[in-house]
Design a protein around this ligand. Sequence first.
Ligand SMILES: Cc1cc2nc3c(=O)[nH]c(=O)nc-3n(C[C@H](O)[C@H](O)[C@H](O)COP(=O)(O)O)c2cc1C
Length: 309
Amino acid sequence: MQELYDAYNRHDPGRVAALYAAQGTHEDVAQSRVGSGPEAVRAGLEHFLAAFPDARWEPERIVGEGSRATAAYRLTGTLRGPLGPFRPEGQRLDLRGVHVLQTAGDGRIERTVDYWDGATFARQMAGRSSAPGAEDPLPAGEIPSAAPEGFRRAMRLLAGGVAVVTTIVDGRPWGLTVSACCSLTADPPQVLVSLDSRTASCRAIVDRGGFGVALLGSDQVDVARVCSASGRPKFVEELVDPEFVSAQSPVIAGALAQLDCRLVDSHRVGDHLLLVGLVREVLSPRTHEELAPLVYYEREFRTVGAALG
Ligand SMILES: Cc1cc2nc3c(=O)[nH]c(=O)nc-3n(C[C@H](O)[C@H](O)[C@H](O)COP(=O)(O)O)c2cc1C
């Protein structure tokens, strides 16, 4: 644990990342984010240090037993770079948190969980003044927003491709229909899906650290319906392609394409969790030629028309 704090205080994200096992994770409880693997740990710390170039961690008490250790710490710093909604105006950070650490047999970090004081952070970062012409900051919940019904009506007009996000629940294949799915970056290949955080699908994906994405074809309306049946378990044994049983997440037979993803980041937005998946493999379970996609538009399943040239 002391080694970790030394690396933090040397501002050496590479050294911090090297302390983690390849499958190691860092969970930031206040932000509901989980970084998987040393690269995610390094990127998270680099981002933080760009905002707080003088950050300093002072462990106040480290308690350890076997492969587990816990430390209460104090974190201080000055906001000098952009961080989410906060404008850098030299705000002072001074908060307390607790790190829980678990190591593997070889001494590398398997898991760290950081419980820090998010309320104090938000208060301290709220800023001293507004830039000229900037809108007045309003507390969350008081920002004027469009009526939900009008918003829903408008968004029905945005045609979206339909996918099934797959995972394993109670040892069995499981699939949830989604349209909130998009390509995020091509290099590295990453996708974004937005899931209701209260669903069994979302919990299973966070626990397993990975998920599959099956891009559905226009002849798979039944699949989309089974995997979106409200209030029903979404076990999909009969939909799984037996050819790909060895894949990390279930592969839906007949899908246009299937992505096998490792969960590398997550972000809570209201009652949803935005999940970022690093695509480990692209599988193409579809064997026949026809490749028309399934599309959801105006609350109906459809497919695309002729190309407009
Ligand atoms: C076309 C379509 C798109 C959907 N997109 C999403 C989505 O992006 N994210 C999500 O969490 N749920 C989405 N849902 C809802 C889920 O598929 C499912 O219907 C909902 O979670 C209810 O199931 P439950 O009662 O088991 O939670 C979508 C449903 C349909 C029919």
